[in-house]
Design a protein around this ligand. Structure first.
Ligand SMILES: *Cc1c(COP(=O)(O)O)cnc(C)c1O
Length: 230
């Protein structure tokens, strides 16, 4: 079944988020809205592209591959694709050749595997380390302490450049808790930005918590459901 894709609704929500960025972010000019397009099939997604949106995040490698195949060529050359989901080793090949930013590097082993595939394909890719800041068991990501224990190794890859961090707040957490986790992420980003001047990105905040993320210095907010809510 096709969802109703209304330009009016999406534009209105998108503009609201732009306003929120200006209002809540300490540096609004640095903030990007990643349009999480995982809820749409090819035909629905095509309509969204025709509305003028061009920066998308997908969370499943096969879908990513299929959409890229569909939206290729001159007409779609301005579209930028990020990957935000759990990535299995054997599916890195589906995304490696076109991806702008991999948000979800949730283990050192995965980073090594991505690096290997990038080298094989003669590519250099940008990535974010996914941090499990709340230590919620159902979430993936590296614990802050584990990252800090041995952080240098993440920055030694020849073909993957780590330009920041990504996190997800725990489900059902209070605003205060969410803020605490996001501010911990900002501290982490600041600390490593001192060491690596190209480390500029902090991907956090989704439809339900992006305002907290903005207040705490997010540079990429990943928004899906809010864009179609009436
Ligand atoms: C689905 C998803 C989002 C967007 O979630 P919404 O609540 O629909 O905005 C953001 N980040 C990741 C990793 C996701 O899988």
């Amino acid at each position: 079944m096709q969802k109703e894709i209304s330009k009016e609704v999406i534009d209105k929500n998108y503009n609201q988020i732009l306003e929120d960025i200006k209002r809540y972010s300490p540096y609004p000019e640095k903030v990007k809205i990643l349009f999480v397009s995982k809820y749409y099939d090819i035909e629905e997604h095509r309509k969204i592209i025709e509305m003028g949106y061009n920066y998308f995040g997908e969370n499943r490698a096969q879908v990513y591959r299929d959409k890229l195949k569909e939206f290729s060529g001159e007409k779609y050359k301005n579209i930028v694709w990020d990957f935000i989901g759990r990535l299995q080793k054997n599916k890195i090949k589906y995304i490696i050749n076109n991806v702008n930013l991999i948000h979800s590097i949730d283990s050192y082993e995965l980073l090594e595997d991505i690096n290997k595939k990038a080298i094989e394909n003669g590519r250099t890719v940008n990535g974010l380390i996914q941090i499990n800041v709340s230590k919620e068991e159902s979430k993936t990501g590296i614990y802050v302490e584990d990252f800090e224990k041995d952080s240098n190794k993440y920055f030694l890859m020849d073909n993957v450049k780590i330009i920041g961090f990504m996190t997800m707040a725990p489900l059902g957490a209070s605003e205060e808790e969410i803020s605490k986790y996001f501010s911990k992420m900002l501290d982490l980003k600041r600390k490593y930005a001192e060491k690596y001047d190209y480390l500029t990105e902090l991907s956090m905040g989704m439809s339900g918590d992006y305002i907290e993320a903005l207040k705490n210095g997010a540079t990429i907010i990943r928004i899906g459901s809010k864009l179609i809510s009436k």
